[in-house]
Design a protein around this ligand. Structure first.
Ligand SMILES: [Mn+2]
Length: 329
């Protein structure tokens, strides 16, 4: 009944005994967690606690306020008391650097498991539960939850649903599949309140963020051929609106939503001449190719990297790569 289960099953079969055999389990996900990272981490925490495990869910960054409503989100910690675990489970992380500069890679020596849906699978791990066609890590965790015989509670369902609706853009992106919908039908059958979840995520914008959006939209730059659009937020704007860099989440979609735009870029200033670049595309264009040229990663329609330089110089570097390698098809 689930098309993707054939693909996932061998690694699920490897992972189930590993989880059963471990007692102290550390769960983590990419830094600056989005809905999939936060939702899948919260769900994984519940699933492992249901099995009687000692679970620590850890992220170097704070969980955005938007996802704080999920029961279990309050258990996510930003500091580790010790580094003695039987298993480390990494969720929704395209490459190790996305765990954040402060992630204690060197101090953790336990076996690692990766559960992910980005395009490049890991090799440095004991199990890589990977499906690049899964809409979200939450979709993969639904199957893992069943394989572990853990009851699909409302708490788990709400977290998985959050992960899927955010990573599919509320079922708009091409990653939305019959399988994602089948999984969601099981989640909704637990009687989670879908409107309550959607309004927490989409209709709960802090006034500061809306004011920041006003400033950011004024930075709109569009290339001459209209295929590339860029927005940015510098530290001055963030200060003026009392916002953190994480508050710019989602702004990139305004650039992509413009008629004719195929690739959008969002620049967030980290230091004087250091920016975090996010890329989004629509249709066939693979922005992970652009990000990887600058040492970053991601998947076809969403990728990221960091780069030194001014807004103008970064924009023209990206424009050059797009014209030379990306827009030729
Ligand atoms: Mn994801």
């Amino acid at each position: 009944m689930f098309d993707r289960l054939v693909h996932l099953q061998p690694n699920i079969d490897r992972l189930v005994p590993l989880i059963r055999g471990a007692q102290r389990i550390l769960v983590t996900m990419h830094c600056r967690p989005d809905g999939d990272a936060a939702g899948s981490a919260v769900a994984m925490g519940h699933i492992l606690r249901a099995l009687g495990k000692d679970v620590t869910v850890f992220n170097v960054d704070e969980i955005p306020e938007t996802f704080a409503f999920l029961p279990g989100a309050e258990l996510i910690v930003r500091e580790l008391q010790d580094y003695d675990y039987d298993l480390l489970i990494v969720l929704d992380c395209a490459e190790p650097s996305l765990l954040g500069r402060k992630f204690p890679h060197d101090k953790l020596s336990c076996p690692r498991v990766f559960i992910d849906h980005h395009s490049v699978p890991y090799s440095d791990c004991v199990v890589n539960l990977h499906d690049s066609q899964a809409s979200a890590v939450g979709e993969i965790l639904f199957h893992l939850c069943r394989a572990l015989d853990v009851e699909l509670t409302k708490e788990i369902a709400a977290a998985l649903y959050t992960s899927i609706i955010t990573d599919t853009g509320s079922f708009r992106y091409t990653s939305t599949s019959a399988d994602s919908m089948r999984v969601c039908s099981y989640l909704i059958a637990t009687e989670i309140d879908v409107w309550d979840i959607a309004s927490h995520i989409y209709e709960n914008v802090p006034a500061e963020k809306m004011r920041l959006l006003g400033l950011v939209l004024q930075t709109l730059w569009i290339s001459r051929d209209g295929r590339l659009a860029c927005l940015h937020a510098n530290r001055q704007m963030l200060r003026k609106c009392h916002c953190s860099g994480a508050m710019t989440d989602g702004f990139i979609n305004y650039a992509r939503s413009i008629h004719g735009v195929e690739v959008s870029i969002f620049l967030t200033q980290l230091e004087e001449d250091l920016y975090r670049l996010s890329f989004r595309s629509r249709g066939h264009i693979d922005v992970s190719q652009i990000a990887s040229r600058f040492g970053g990663g991601g998947h076809k329609n969403a990728a990221a990297c960091t780069l030194r330089g001014s807004v103008e110089s970064i924009r023209s570097q990206v424009e050059e790569i797009c014209n030379r390698e990306i827009f030729i098809s």
